[in-house]
Write a protein that binds this ligand. Structure first.
Ligand SMILES: Cc1cc2nc3c(=O)[nH]c(=O)nc-3n(C[C@H](O)[C@H](O)[C@H](O)COP(=O)(O)O)c2cc1C
Length: 347
């Protein structure tokens, strides 16, 4: 098993350079190739052989999941994510109705600084299709989170209904036990303009319909202290379980994003410091008020060292997207077994 897994990791490293080269002008294609590969493994029932690995982790009760955007339409079967080493899978962002997003290319890769800028604009096949796809798979061995957002074509007075339709469709899918509302997509005006008053109105309707499902808010790393204070109070008011911190940033640091072709959201190393600072900001507010909300850390977490930096009394787990793109499947093993991590940091 070990040999197969190692070979797969080496294959990823080798193929990565080829695939990065041929998808230079449209990096989204590289993700499509990866998704196709995962689906083929699942169909051939080879996913287990390739991905199973020992569970000797010091972060035993800590959640490890992919971040939203990695499996937008649930094309990667949850079983594959489980064998990759995740103990929770995030699907989405799912929108109520199908939506195409911005025109391509809409993603830039910065290999030297392990960062990405994307302006996908929330493309989604829509809740109905995503639910049907999930139902066709073998039931997931790990819990599922549905990250969802309002269909970008909806007007303000239609947003609540659109979000409720997604909850209605997705909540009966087996293993879905959590919803994560994306209120921080930098690439659509409907998310960027989530003012607290409007959000409160939405939450008052949405939180009522969740039954036993947990509810999280996905936060931007670009929020200020006042916004953070107000949103934590809203979370307390509507019994929200916590926050995913954070989404991509609109603040580009030259060191990581030397030149960008367009405005979008930066992730990977480019967002690490901002997402860490935002996490601390929220933690302080939660702890000061003795509130029960938890935090799921996200943004440039690519080593055990960084996982440890993001551990705290209120942290529930971590989510990963961009570091997976650059390191491949070994990122998960590296975090679960410090040995591989040391290798990554030096090599
Ligand atoms: C190509 C791409 C697409 C993304 N799509 C979504 C999305 O649909 N919904 C969402 O909440 N976050 C989305 N994100 C943000 C990630 O979930 C994550 O918050 C961010 O990238 C920081 O984590 P990372 O550095 O591990 O990638 C996307 C990120 C990337 C790079």
């Amino acid at each position: 098993m070990y040999i197969i897994r190692k070979s797969f990791e080496l294959l990823y490293d080798y193929l990565k350079s080829v695939i990065f080269a041929v998808t230079k002008n449209d990096p989204e294609k590289a993700h499509e190739v990866f998704v196709m590969f995962c689906r083929a493994l699942y169909k051939a029932k080879l996913d287990k052989a390739f991905f199973d690995y020992p569970k000797n982790t010091e972060f035993k009760r800590f959640e490890f999941s992919n971040a939203a955007g990695f499996n937008k339409n649930a094309e990667i079967p949850p079983y594959v994510l489980y064998y990759l080493g995740f103990n929770r899978a995030v699907i989405g962002s799912v929108t109520g109705e199908p939506y195409g997003g911005n025109s391509r290319p809409r993603c830039q890769r910065y290999e030297a600084t392990q960062s990405i800028v994307n302006r996908l604009g929330l493309p989604s096949e829509g809740a109905q299709k995503v639910a049907q796809r999930l139902l066709r798979y073998e039931a997931s061995p790990i819990p599922l989170t549905i990250n969802f957002a309002a269909t970008p074509t909806k007007k303000w007075d239609q947003i609540t209904e659109d979000l409720l339709s997604t909850i209605q469709i997705m909540k009966n899918v087996k293993k879905v036990d959590r919803f994560e509302l994306n209120i921080s997509c930098p690439n659509v005006s409907s998310s960027a303009e989530y003012e607290i008053e409007a959000l409160d109105e939405i939450l008052s309707s949405v939180c009522d319909k969740l039954e036993d499902k947990k509810f999280f808010l996905k936060i931007s790393p670009d929020v200020d202290k006042e916004y953070a204070n107000r949103i934590v109070l809203s979370a307390q008011k509507y019994k929200i379980a916590g926050f995913v911190i954070a989404n991509t940033t609109k603040r580009y640091v030259k060191k990581y994003i030397p030149q960008s072709l367009w405005a979008g959201g930066a992730s990977g190393k480019a967002v690490y410091q901002y997402s860490t600072d935002t996490q601390r900001l929220f933690e302080n507010i939660i702890e000061k008020n003795n509130f029960p909300q938890k935090i799921i850390a996200c943004g440039g977490i690519d080593s055990v060292k960084k996982v440890k930096e993001r551990l705290s009394s209120v942290a529930l787990g971590i989510q990963i997207y961009t570091p997976f793109v650059f390191y491949g499947p070994k990122i998960i093993r590296s975090i679960k077994t410090e040995d591989a991590d040391r290798r990554m940091e030096t090599g």
